[in-house]
Design a protein around this ligand. Structure first.
Ligand SMILES: Cc1cc2nc3c(=O)[nH]c(=O)nc-3n(C[C@H](O)[C@H](O)[C@H](O)COP(=O)(O)O)c2cc1C
Length: 300
């Protein structure tokens, strides 16, 4: 049975990755999850300098999902290089660095600092709804998305994936723009923008009022977008949004994703990545599927 996938020229032992911001660099999970079994770890957004994140409350539960307004809190790229890369390199998994920035220059600064670092791929987050500048502002406008992609690509030494926002009318427009600007791959989707109100306090639950909506409730939207983008572009795709089980992961792959990432599920069940992998293996056994790549994009 072959679970191995090649993505932007990098060979992964299986298509199960962790979604940025839900697994950090795996330190909190290493006692319960065998990091050697994960195809790739997509780390929490890393910026050129330390970022504080947003004020609390910044998490709210909803039916079938959650809202977060954590923001891109992180200790900065220097700490990441010193502490997280050596930690992850103890394991047989690939490292994908999620890039955070408020301006094009800030994104380029992180990428330059990572140019000699031992990491396998970069994921440009132009879709975070929880930062005032940068983030989603780049991800909802095809011209801006193309501009930031082209500038980051100029300085990037590792393959560059661009992470798309679902908060747009036509996601294929943005996907085609970043493809033309030189992206090597795409990941989708980031969170949808949502809001929750505490009727007893008569106030929004999140201090920032709105936040990113994630979890199983968003999966049909994500599968639809992966399907549309895979038909509109040639780039390989990491599919994510609400994956809880192996069958969820297979839906994304049949829709056109070459690999998948597990996000919010990790917060509910720290072993979610292992269970998704086991679910994929069981499906392959049941249907005598010898190579996982055979089901990628089979939906016409
Ligand atoms: C608490 C939290 C923090 C997140 N932080 C990041 C981040 O730093 N960078 C990023 O690109 N996406 C971030 N995301 C978005 C996820 O990587 C993912 O795209 C989204 O949650 C949809 O997948 P899911 O429903 O499986 O969680 C975050 C999501 C959550 C719930």
């Amino acid at each position: 049975m072959n679970l191995g996938v090649e993505f932007c020229g990098v060979k992964f032992k299986n298509p199960v990755f962790t979604a940025s911001g839900t697994f950090n660099s795996g330190k909190e999970y290493a006692d319960i999850v065998d990091l050697n079994q994960i195809g790739g770890v997509i780390v929490k957004g890393v910026a050129s300098t330390p970022w504080k994140g947003n004020p609390a409350p910044r998490i709210a539960e909803t039916y079938g999902g959650m809202l977060n307004s954590v923001g891109l809190q992180n200790p900065g790229v220097d700490v990441f290089i010193k502490e997280d890369i050596p930690f992850l390199r103890q394991y047989d998994t690939k490292i994908i660095v999620n890039l955070a920035g408020r301006t094009i220059q800030e994104y380029c600064d992180v990428v330059e600092k990572l140019s000699d670092a031992d990491v396998d791929m970069l994921e440009l987050n132009i879709s975070c709804p929880n930062v005032k500048e940068g983030g989603v502002a780049f991800g909802v406008d095809p011209k801006m998305a193309a501009l930031v992609t082209a500038e980051v690509k100029k300085v990037a030494k590792q393959p560059l994936i661009v992470k798309l926002s679902p908060n747009v009318t036509d996601i294929t427009e943005i996907a085609k723009a970043v493809e033309a600007a030189g992206a090597d791959g795409l990941s989708l989707i980031n969170t949808l923008i949502g809001m929750h109100i505490d009727v007893h306090r008569r106030q929004p639950t999140l201090a920032r009022k709105m936040g990113g909506f994630s979890g199983p409730a968003i999966k049909p939207v994500a599968v639809r977008m992966v399907y549309q983008v895979s038909k509109a572009c040639q780039l390989p795709i990491i599919g994510l949004g609400g994956i809880m089980t192996g069958e969820d992961a297979l839906e994304f792959m049949m829709a056109g994703a070459n690999a998948i990432a597990v996000g919010t599920a990790n917060l509910l069940n720290p072993r979610a990545t292992m269970e998704v992998l086991e679910g994929i293996r069981n499906y392959m056994k049941s249907y005598n599927l010898l190579d996982i790549n055979e089901i990628v994009g089979i939906i016409e």
